[in-house]
Design a protein. Structure first.
Ligand code: FAD
Length: 468
């Protein structure tokens, strides 16, 4: 970064030059956007529910540039909202509209380097702005892939996935994003570059700093590069969708395929309303008989996995109808993966999206109670989720603005009563910030706040996210 010009009268650096000019000296002026039209796409989130304001959108290329941008913002008291693919569903990638502190959006869109793959240790380092799809495309050339998969794979970035500790459809098999993380490079609020970078699966020297930044939602540091493990691409799989009359049948099927010697690669649940909705948007119905719920399982195993699946389905009470196909069975997956998109296109108001989890034993009751809340309030509920992880995506359509808060609160109270979590995988963002304390003790919350204060004493990293 070029040194600041010196004011001839005082001999001190001339800080009066506009912020955008100084940011431009760091990243190149064409990568500092200040024009309202150019910034618009960075200031509204994927759901359309969150629109913010910023003095500039800054698009650095390297960790050094990020460090210089963060350092300048620290000096000038400017807040920073890190943004990856902007596919987050809780408003965390958008600065607030009415903030007292001016903010920039720091976009990682240009940070797309992928290192050479370590095929022995099965790991790779990537810059924060690499999309999941780009990582998978590169890893597949080595017969590997990333262990986490999301329907937003074309846009979601590794930096965003680590920052939200994304879960996704393969979590039941390989764990969440935190479990894939071996090392991290990140810029702290004071502009220093923190690097913990060893492709070791065992490293117990002190605190798990990469693990701490996973799920921190841009509030502790700006992630610039991550070192992640890769997993072998799955061989042949079998995918089935079963129409079932109760959520408990989905859980029984997961146990049954495991007891029969198969490995569950993914286990998803949908409802009749959701399958009808995606069908209205041109997606085929998976089976002809209607049922209250549909479970999609992808399994791997021995050569005769398809026969084993047929036997399992045959012996499972509560299965109304089923279809079995060899993987990847993209048409069957499309039924599940089209939910988020179809929901976004069907609601008359911004969708109230609440991503929650409950213990598996409570799942059937929680599904029933959550659907009943929406019925009471006259909005349209679409529930689906990663059933093997106890994760329900509660989507409430056509919710009047004045009912958003009370409905959200009712959903979270149901979840909390079952010992669940108000954020299974999307994070807290701005959407759930009023409820961060629900289900966390005062000491637990205090500990989180102490970490935040230690790493970001001026509160400039994503203010208003995670904590009010
Ligand atoms: C169709 C669809 C399907 C989805 N399915 C799933 C799913 O199955 N499971 C799941 O977990 N999520 C899912 N999501 C949500 C979303 O894709 C994930 O949360 C994803 O991890 C966000 O990545 P991103 O790059 O878009 O991050 P963004 O949306 O840009 O940001 C998300 C958060 O991370 C922070 N952040 C981003 N980059 C950085 C960085 N470099 N350093 C520090 N903080 C950063 C932001 O400030 C923000 O708080 C889905 C979204 C869509 C639209």
């Amino acid at each position: 970064m070029a040194p600041d010009p010196v004011d001839s009268a005082s001999g001190r650096p001339d800080v009066s030059r506009s912020l955008s000019e100084r940011l431009g000296e760091i990243v190149g002026s064409s990568h500092v956007l200040t024009d309202a039209d150019a910034m618009a796409g960075y200031l509204t989130d994927w759901t359309g529910r969150w629109t913010g304001s910023a003095v500039a959108v800054v698009r650095p290329l390297t960790a050094d540039e990020v460090a210089a941008v963060v350092g300048l913002c620290a000096d000038e008291g400017i807040a920073i909202c890190p943004q990856g693919g902007n596919t987050g569903l809780v408003g965390g990638s958008i600065p607030p509209a009415d903030a007292s502190t001016p903010a920039i959006v720091l976009s990682t869109a240009r940070m797309t380097d992928i290192d050479e793959i370590d095929t022995v240790g099965r790991s790779v380092g990537v810059q924060a702005g690499v999309t999941l799809a780009a990582l998978d495309a590169r890893a597949s050339s080595a017969g590997l892939r990333f262990g986490v998969d999301l329907a937003s794979r074309e846009s979601a970035t590794l930096g965003g996935m680590v920052a939200t500790n994304a879960g996704g459809t393969r979590m039941i098999r390989h764990g969440n994003t935190r479990s894939q993380l071996l090392g991290i490079e990140a810029v702290r609020a004071d502009g220093q570059i923190l690097r913990r970078w060893r492709s070791l699966v065992k490293d117990n020297v002190g605190y798990d700093v990469p693990g701490l930044l996973a799920g921190s939602e841009g509030t502790l540091a700006v992630i610039t590069r991550v070192l992640v493990r890769l997993v072998p691409t799955t061989g042949a799989t079998v995918v089935f969708v079963a129409a079932i009359d109760d959520v408990s049948v989905a859980l029984a099927l997961i146990d049954a395929v495991s007891d029969a010697g198969l490995t569950t690669e993914a286990a998803e649940i949908m409802t009749q309303a959701g399958v009808d909705l995606v069908h209205d948007h041109g997606v085929r119905r998976p089976v002809s008989s209607p049922a209250q719920f549909y479970v999609l399982l992808e399994v791997s195993g021995p050569h005769d996995a398809e026969d084993v699946v047929l036997q399992v389905l045959d012996g499972q009470p509560g299965v109304v109808d089923a279809v079995v196909e060899p993987g990847p069975a993209r048409d069957l997956w499309l039924v599940r993966e089209s939910h988020t998109e179809s929901i976004a296109r069907s609601t008359t108001t911004p969708v109230v999206k609440l991503d929650v989890s409950v213990p598996l034993r409570a799942l059937p009751a929680a599904f029933a109670e959550l659907a009943a809340i929406a019925d009471d309030d006259d909005c349209r509920p679409i529930l689906f989720g990663h059933v093997g992880d106890g994760n329900i995506h509660v989507n409430l359509l056509d919710v009047a603005e004045e009912s958003v808060e009370s409905l959200t609160d009712r959903v979270f109270r149901v979840v909390s009563a079952h010992g669940g979590s108000i954020s299974a995988e999307h994070g807290i963002g701005r959407a759930k910030v009023a409820w961060t304390g629900l289900g966390r003790s005062a000491v637990d919350l205090d500990t989180m706040k102490a970490i935040k204060t230690a790493l970001d004493p001026a509160g400039l990293l994503n203010p208003g996210v995670l904590f009010e």
